[in-house]
Design a protein around this ligand. Structure first.
Ligand code: GLA
Length: 379
C-alpha cells in the first residue's frame, strides 16, 4: 500500500506511541517531585537531598529514578532570552550533573503560558529556546503546566500548544519525558498521546487528605483504554509520608496508584521519612503491579456502596486485584472470580502480606480496614 506524503505525515502525527515516546516511558515514570512537600520553598539543597536519599534508601533499586524540580526554580531571562534559575538554585547544570552522578535522572517544570502557576517565568514564545536549554543542562523530564496559558490561548488550542513543546523537545535532540499538566481539561486522555505526551494529569491537584486522594483515585474508572506503554494517565503525585493520612489510607493510595499504572512520584521529604512510610513506597510486589510490562490500567469490576474491587491484567496472565473499603467501619469485601473472567480455581497471593493464601474457588473475601485496601494477585 502506498500513501501520499501528506497522509503519511498525518498518520505519523496521529500515532499514539511514536518510538521515541515509548522509549522514555515504557512503564509509568517513578521518582520524586518537590511540589507536595516543599512547594515554593524548594532549593537546590533539597533536590540534592532527595537524590542522596533515593540513591541510598532502597528507592533507586526499587525503580524510583526521576528527581523532579517542580515550580519556583526560575529566575529571569538573560539578554538573549535564555532562562536562568533563581538564587535558591544557582546553575541547573551542576545540579543535573550531581543527580546524574547518583545514577538518577532529573526533571524540570515550566508552563506554555507567560507565567507558571506560582507566577514564575513560563516558556511562552521561548519554547524552542527553553527546550534547547533543558537539553544542554541534561534534563530528562519536563512537566508542562497550563497555568497562565489561558491568558494567551483559547482552550481549543491546548493540543497544538502542547504539541509545539513536544516538537521543540524532539528538535533539541535529548530524550525527555513529556508530562502534560492541565488538570484533565478537554478530556486530555483522548489527545494527550497524539501530541507527544508520555503522561497527562487527569484531575486537579491532589492534597494530603484521604477524601481528596480517594476522590481522585476512584474517579479514574473508565480511563483504562487511554493508557499504555509510553502514554499514561496521571492522577497526580503521591502524598505518602507527608503526614496527613493514616497508615491504611496511605496503603489505599499506593494500592490504587499501582493498580492504575499511575506514575509513582513521591511528594514527601525523603531526608526525613518514617520507616513505615518508606516501607509502603518500597513494596516491590506492589511496584511490580504498577510497572507490569503489559501496561494495562486497572478498571473497577465491582462496587457495593463504599466497597470497590479493581482489577489489572498482568503480563504473566495473572490479575492484580484491589479490595477497597471507603466506609467508616471495617468491612468484608468479596471478589467474585467470574468478575475477573476466571472459571474454576485460582491461586491467591497477598501483595502487602507477601504471603501465598492458597487456592480459592468462586470467590475470595477479605476483611478490609476503614479507608484501607487489600492487594492480591490471582492466577
Ligand atoms: C499546579 C500543578 C501542581 C504544581 C503547581 C505548581 O497547581 O497542578 O502539580 O505543579 O501548579 O505551581
Amino acid at each position: 500500500m502506498r500513501f501520499a506524503a501528506g497522509v503519511m505525515l498525518a498518520l505519523l502525527l496521529l500515532a499514539p506511541t511514536a518510538p521515541a515516546q515509548t522509549q522514555v516511558a515504557a512503564s509509568p515514570p517513578m521518582g520524586w517531585n518537590s511540589w507536595n512537600h516543599f512547594a515554593c520553598k524548594v532549593t537546590a539543597a533539597d533536590v540534592r537531598g532527595a537524590a542522596d536519599s533515593i540513591a541510598t534508601n532502597g528507592m533507586k533499586e526499587a525503580g524510583y529514578i526521576y528527581v523532579n524540580i517542580d515550580d519556583c526554580w526560575q529566575g529571569t531571562r538573560d539578554d538573549q532570552g535564555r532562562i536562568r534559575a533563581n538564587k535558591k538554585f544557582g546553575d541547573i547544570k551542576p545540579l543535573a550533573d550531581y543527580v546524574h552522578s547518583k545514577g538518577l535522572k532529573i526533571g524540570i517544570y515550566s508552563s506554555p503560558g507567560p507565567k507558571t502557576c506560582a507566577g514564575f517565568e513560563g516558556s511562552y514564545q521561548h519554547e524552542e529556546q527553553d527546550a534547547r536549554t533543558y537539553a544542554e543542562w541534561g534534563i530528562d523530564y519536563l512537566k508542562y503546566d497550563w497555568c497562565s496559558a489561558s491568558q494567551v490561548y483559547s482552550l481549543d488550542q491546548m493540543p497544538e500548544i502542547y504539541e509545539k513543546m513536544h516538537r521543540a523537545l524532539l528538535a533539541a535532540g535529548r530524550p525527555i519525558v513529556f508530562s502534560l499538566c492541565q488538570y484533565g481539561w478537554n478530556r486530555v486522555w483522548r489527545w494527550g498521546a497524539g501530541v507527544g505526551g508520555n503522561l497527562w494529569r487527569t484531575t486537579d491537584d491532589i492534597s494530603d487528605d484521604y477524601v481528596r486522594m480517594a476522590w481522585i483515585g476512584f474517579s479514574q474508572a473508565g480511563l483504562a483504554s487511554f493508557a499504555g506503554p509510553g502514554h499514561w494517565n496521571d492522577p497526580d503525585m503521591l502524598e505518602i509520608g507527608n503526614g496527613g493520612m493514616k497508615h491504611d489510607e496511605y496503603i489505599t493510595h499506593m494500592t490504587l496508584w499501582c493498580l492504575l499504572a499511575a506514575p509513582l512520584l513521591t511528594g514527601n521529604d525523603l531526608t526525613n521519612v518514617k520507616p513505615e512510610d518508606l516501607a509502603i513506597l518500597l513494596n516491590k510486589e506492589a511496584i511490580a503491579v504498577d510497572q507490569d510490562p503489559k501496561g494495562v490500567q486497572a478498571n473497577r469490576v465491582a462496587a457495593e456502596g463504599p466497597l470497590e474491587v479493581w482489577a489489572k491484567p498482568l503480563a504473566d496472565g495473572g490479575i492484580a486485584v484491589g479490595l477497597f473499603n471507603q466506609g467508616g467501619t471495617p468491612n468484608p469485601v468479596t471478589v467474585h472470580l467470574q468478575d475477573l473472567g476466571i472459571r474454576g480455581a485460582a491461586q491467591v497471593r497477598d501483595l502487602w502480606q507477601h504471603k501465598d493464601l492458597g487456592e480459592v474457588r468462586g470467590e475470595f473475601t477479605a476483611r478490609v480496614p476503614v479507608h484501607g485496601a487489600v492487594l492480591i494477585k490471582v492466577k
